[in-house]
Design a protein around this ligand. Sequence first.
Ligand code: SF4
Length: 348
Amino acid sequence: MKPFIYDYTLEELQSWVKENKQPTFRAEQIYDWLYVKRVNSFEEMSNIPKQLRVKLEADFNFVTLNEITRFESKDGTIKFLFELQDKNAIETVIMKHDYGNSICVTTQVGCRVGCTFCASTLGGLKRDLTAGEIIAQVVQAQQRLDNSNERISSIVIMGIGEPFENYDHMMKFLKTMVHKQGLNIGQRHITVSTSGIVPNIYKFADEKTQINLAISIHAPNDALRSSLMPVNRRFPLRDLLKACKYYIQTTGRRITFEYALIGGKNDRPEHAEELADVLQGMLCHVNLIPVNHVPERGYIRTPKKDIFEFKKILEHKKVNVTIRREQGHDIEAACGQLRAKHMESSTR
Ligand code: SF4
């Protein structure tokens, strides 16, 4: 199969142009058509000589993602269900905030991490996405916003998949996202979220970027965390927190700990106390995410007063904490829900 044009960095395009005996500025022109003008075919690249466009057509695939469905919520959230070339489906979400538009991208088809509260892991991992397939989600979502002259100003890598298990493609994706001649998204406006793949937390720290790191912690002790997140058996809390401290020390950047509140499981005052103790003294911030009612799993929603009580305990122990605003409630915006439904209907 021909490579996907979005899989090529500017440097790789420059080498390709050179191999084809063309001046290197042609690579910059192609890059501009891809990321600034955001065209959908080589044909539209009008300042590229015809002969080179034919060569591009012969060497690369330009097929973008096929939009199966798109749901738009009353609060402005837009959720896309995209089909890849191999017919697998992935999800991408645009969220509107008062500070701008953010996008949540998918990095894998499925996931093997197995968090018990997550629909994305049902059916396991099918395959990693290439950098180009992750990039195409942003380009296509941006094309949707181009109609209303809006811009994607921040990225969260929090969709389907564990980005640190697709590390190289994720890093290549990031390189293109922050490129000044491309979409030019500020590093501080990008967040990578991991379930805690410890060796790659060290690796990411050593990259010394300004990109934010979020860790899905979801429990304050190993027994509870392992019951919710099997990854904790591979990388227990002690090792995870050690890696987090290394990240903070190396980059000087604050870590966000994501904590999904699951009614009756991890949302009791004693859990808040224990979490505060575990995170004591760390440069961090806790983001509380009340989970929705999942009858098949027996999960219930934490009552509002208990959410505030949990927050109060953390604050009292001097841990920075916020409660995540819910978005896209009416369109099943929670990660993996739409894809799971699609998988179900396509196997019927
Ligand atoms: S929450 Fe993330 S890491 Fe866990 S199973 Fe779902 S996609 Fe994978």
